[in-house]
Each structure stands twice: as C-alpha cells, then as structure tokens.
Write a protein that binds this ligand. Structure first.
Ligand SMILES: Nc1nc2c(ncn2[C@@H]2O[C@H](COP(=O)(O)OP(=O)(O)OP(=O)(O)O)[C@@H](O)[C@H]2O)c(=O)[nH]1
Length: 562
C-alpha cells in the first residue's frame, strides 16, 4: 500500500437503529471501492461472527480500509461498522473514538427510532461530523421527506444535507462516498510525531496470539519496532502490522491517521487492554484517555457442565472477554454447581450472544443461571432490603405520528423482557433505549426456598414485595415437578425471613430399581444398582433431600414471573 498523506485519509463509522441498513450500506461501499468483488453473495461482509450471521445482527464492530479515487485524488477511507441493538452501544462509542465522522443511516419508512437518537448523541458529544443518509427509498411506503423533517427537527441538520439512498439497490451510494470526502475532516495528527496508537479492539488468535486493532494518533509503526504498553509498561517487538480489508492484510508500515492492526507477541489476553495506548520504547507519550468502562446491567452465574472442564472454560472465557471487554467476570462457587463465575452483561441479548459465542467459537457448553440485576441493600436488624413501576419524565413529539417518551424504570423491570413486550404491544413500531439513572429506594425483599426447612442457596432471590407471593408459589410448583419422589415426604416452601408464603408437598415414594427383576439374574441386578449409584452422583443433598443437579437449571431457566 502506498503512503497516503493524512489529508487524504477519512476515518468514519456507520451508525443507525437496528435493521436500518448499516451492514447493507457497508457491503455496497466495499463493492464500489473494489475492496470486495461485486457478487450476489455479499451479505453483511463485515459481520464475521457465526452468531451475527445466524441472528442477522451486528454484535462486534469490524473495520475495513477502502481505497477510493475522487476527482483524480486517491483517498484511504477507514470504515468501522457498528452494532445497532441497544445492548451493544458500548461497541458504538468505542468505534467512534477512532473516527472523525459518521454516516447516520435512517430507514425511509420507519424514520427516527430510539437508537438513532442515542447514536446521534454519541457522535455529537464526540464532536464528529454527521452525514444523514435516508435508506430504503425503494420501499413502497418510503417517505423520505417526512424523515428529513424529523432529522431537521431533532438534530438541527438542514434538510439539503440529507442523502437519499437505497443500499440494497445501490442507488446514490456513490454520493455517500463523495460526502465522506467533503464533510468528514481528515484526522489531526502527524507522522513526524512520536508513535501514539490507541488499542480500540483486540482478538485472540490461537497461533499468533493477540491481534490488537489500533488507530494511530501520531507517528508510525512497523515490523521490528520496540513498543511499550502504557497500561502494563511491558515491552514488545512488533512482528506484523497491516490493514483490514476486511481480512488482515500485512503492510510495510502504518502511519499517523491510519487504522489497522498490530501483532507484537502478546501471549496473555490480559496484556491487550482495550483503550490502552502503545508508544515506542524510550519515546513515551501522554496516554490517550481510553474508554469509560461499560456498566453491566444483568448478572448471571456460569458453571461448567462438568467440573473437569473448569480450566478449559476459564481459558475460553478469558479469550472471549478480551474480544468483548464489556463483560465483567468474578469467580464464584455454588454447592450445587461447583466452581464457576459470576458474569455481568449489558443486557439479555448480550448475555445470550456471549453464551452462543462460547459454544460456537470455543466449543464450550455451560450452565447459565437465571439473570438478575444489581441491587444495593441496606442491612438493618433483620435483613431487609406495580406493574413495571415507572415514572414519566418527558414527552416530545417528533412528528404527527411519533412521540418520544422518557421514563424512569426500575432496571429489573426492563432488562429481562421489556423490549419484547413493547415490540409486541406496539406491533413492532415502538423502539427503546435506556441508560443508567442510579439507585433508588424500593420495597425489595429476599425470598428463600426451603426443602424440609433447609434453604436452597441457588434459588434465593431478591424480589419486589408485590411479586413475592406469585413468584414463590411458582418456584415451589416447579420444584415439585423437578424433584423425584423420595422415601419420605418433602415440604417445599417459599419464605421471607421466618414467614412461609407458599408451600407444596411432595409425597413419599419408594423407588425400587430391582423390582422388575425376576429371580436370580444377578448380573442385571448389579447393573441396575450401579446405575442407581451413578444417578446419585448427579444429585445434590440439601438436608436429607436429594435434588438432581439439573433441577435448579430447569426451575431457573424460565422467567420466574411469567
Ligand atoms: N428494501 C430495502 N431493504 C434494505 C435496504 N437496505 C437494507 N435493507 C434490508 O434491511 C434489513 C436490515 O439490513 P442490515 O444491513 O442487516 O441492517 P443493519 O442496520 O446492519 O442491522 P444490525 O447490524 O443488526 O444493526 C435487511 O433485510 C436488508 O436486506 C434498502 O435500501 N432497501
């Protein structure tokens, strides 16, 4: 790759509400610039992960360098794709740190939606140039005029700055490239300065170790350079640098203003911190501000299905959290499930996607407990800690048909199923975004589940007092189904402190595994007794009650208050 002067470089992201067409537009930009060959198979080229293709959503931001000749001048355009779903907005803000401008894609039929607004403000706060693009103008019900008015009203961008396109058919996509060159400023940096590279993403390759995606804010980097991580102070020798097209393509050097990758013998996943600054050995620089760490909203326990898999799962988790640093992880253990971890996620979809990636990319199957949200408890002498319980804060009409409502919600009312409920209630028209509003006092209680008087630690939950009775009853009923009858009667109870609020009784039953055997077939008798002993190993004893290990998962996996 020939050298591009900084003024011929543009670093940009495409931001949009989910499904408004970012990935389709990215595919067209890659095609027009000849980065990928034009074929009918180019669908979501930047969505590399299996889970992204299966679910049709972008989870991880990916980068690609495009080469484009505009009026006789060669430009290098670095595109960073971003996810649209509310759970992944952390990836969006990270991508924006490597950019000077964004293309804001809005569906010509749906108009401005919740993540359009949220993503616009991320770009606005980062002082990036915004190019509004109205997509899907080929649709029968497309109403680009209405969407342009919305954009002008909400974002104060003049109507004539909007570009109307059909990413699917390629209409006007070339205009978008011209706008990128005209409206987005080149990065403000200098190749003559000392090296200053921001690590904005990283992945782990089994053979090559850590591959760090970097944006160069100064200087240059090439094979053989000795570099230092500002975060760990460790020194490395650069083995390879290159650009993403979108696959890794080695180059001789990377220069100030460019976006690319570096491989420098980092073997441990903990060495490549996202947000870290890399500089040349003996040429220290002021580190870049890095990123605000993501705040997990949903927590769940994760355990290996088989404890002998603990170390393998540990190493898989370390590698995957390197690629998704928004997941928090702490060691945890449970009597029933053994050693494991407590993981924090940005939302429920994020949790599901993470789990699916563990299975698909690392071949790990795990036990994931029911998700919960964080609470702060004030301990008094006893341990004490409306439908959705929301308070309206603001209302703004976007146009005659759309209104933006702001509410204060308790987190546990929205993270689990609110998004789906809202979608079905509004026949898919409403959209939703949220941010943290801090802790507030609430009438919460701790509910225990008891088996013959002994608490079952895995099933203890913190719950709003209005929902305790219904949830307690449901958990007791489910446990009754999940526990096999035993030689004695079992009382299954839900309790708040010493007060019992629900009860089920499991009648006694004698399971005689050799009853079916006739006479003296000793081999068959031994086989059955052995099988019974093996079955017992999969049981956990709570007091004198034997509970199959998978019973907890079966009880927890479903939504408690459905
Ligand atoms: N009719 C029409 N459909 C389009 C156009 N652009 C995208 N689509 C369709 O809209 C759907 C969503 O497009 P994507 O490009 O996957 O949307 P996205 O914004 O990348 O979605 P996420 O990555 O999940 O945020 C797909 O079915 C596309 O084929 C367009 O210009 N016209």
């Amino acid at each position: 790759m020939s050298t591009y002067p900084v003024e011929n470089i543009r670093n940009f992201s495409i931001i949009a509400h989910v499904d408004h067409g970012k990935s389709t537009l990215a595919d067209r930009l890659l095609e027009i610039t000849g980065t990928i060959a034009k074929t009918a198979h180019n669908k979501q080229v930047l969505d590399k992960l299996q889970v992204e293709r299966e679910r049709g959503i972008t989870v991880k931001a990916q980068s690609a360098s495009l080469f484009y000749n505009h009026e006789g001048v060669n430009y290098l355009l670095n595109l960073i794709d971003t996810p649209g779903h509310v759970d992944f907005s952390y990836e969006v803000s990270r991508s924006l740190s490597a950019c000077q401008g964004v293309i804001l894609v809005v569906d010509a039929n749906e108009g401005i939606q919740a993540q359009t607004v949220a993503n616009f403000y991320l770009a606005f706060e980062a002082q990036l140039a915004v190019i509004p693009v109205i997509n899907k103008i080929d649709l029968k019900h497309a109403d680009p005029e209405r969407v342009e008015k919305q954009i002008e009203k909400l974002f104060d961008i003049p109507i004539d700055e909007c570009v109307r396109i059909s990413a699917k058919q390629g209409t006007n996509v070339e205009k978008v490239l011209q706008k990128i060159i005209e409206k987005i400023p080149p990065p403000q940096c200098n190749t003559a300065d000392p090296l200053k590279a921001l690590v904005f993403d990283s992945t782990f390759d089994h053979y090559r170790g850590v591959i760090a995606n970097i944006a160069l804010f100064g200087g240059e980097i090439q094979k053989g350079h000795k570099i230092v991580s500002a975060h760990t102070k460790k020194r490395y020798e650069v083995n390879e640098v290159g650009i993403l097209t979108p696959n890794e393509q080695p180059t001789h050097k990377l220069y100030a203003g460019q976006v690319g990758y570096v491989i420098a013998g980092m073997k441990e996943v903990t060495e490549a911190q996202i947000g870290d600054t890399l500089f040349l050995y003996k040429q220290p620089v002021e580190p870049l501000p890095g990123f605000k760490s993501a705040k997990p909203m949903v927590f769940a326990g994760m355990y290996p299905v088989d404890q002998t898999e603990y170390n393998n799962l540990k190493s898989a988790l370390e590698k995957l959290t390197l690629n998704d640093s928004s997941v928090t992880i702490h060691r945890d253990s449970s009597l029933a499930l053994g050693a494991g971890w407590r993981l924090g996620f940005l939302g429920l979809l994020h949790m599901e996607v993470f789990n699916q990636r563990l299975e698909q990319e690392y071949n790990m199957s795990v036990i994931l407990t029911a998700p919960t949200v964080p609470y702060k408890a004030i301990l008094s002498s006893a341990k004490l800690i409306k439908d959705r319980r929301a308070v309206q804060k603001d209302m703004l009409y976007i146009d005659e048909q759309r209104v933006m409502l702001k509410y204060l919600f308790p987190l546990n009312e929205i993270v689990l199923d609110f998004y789906d409920a809202l979608k079905s209630l509004s026949s898919g028209y409403a959209s939703f975004d949220y941010e943290d509003a801090g802790y507030q006092a609430a009438d919460l209680i701790k509910m225990d589940i008891l088996l013959n008087g002994n608490p079952v630690e895995e099933l203890a939950t913190i719950i709003h007092s209005d929902k305790a009775y219904a949830t307690g009853k449901l958990l007791c009923e489910r446990l009754k189904d999940a526990i096999p009858r035993q030689l004695f009667e079992i009382a299954i109870q839900a309790a708040i402190g010493k007060r019992i609020i629900a009860r089920e009784t499991l009648k006694a039953y004698r399971k005689n595994v050799v009853a079916k055997c006739y006479g003296g077939d000793i081999t068959r008798r031994m086989k059955l007794l052995k099988r019974q002993a093996e079955g017992k190993k999969l049981m956990r004893k709570i007091g004198n009650v034997e509970v199959p290990r998978d019973a907890f998962i079966r009880v927890l996996k479903r939504e408690p208050d459905k």
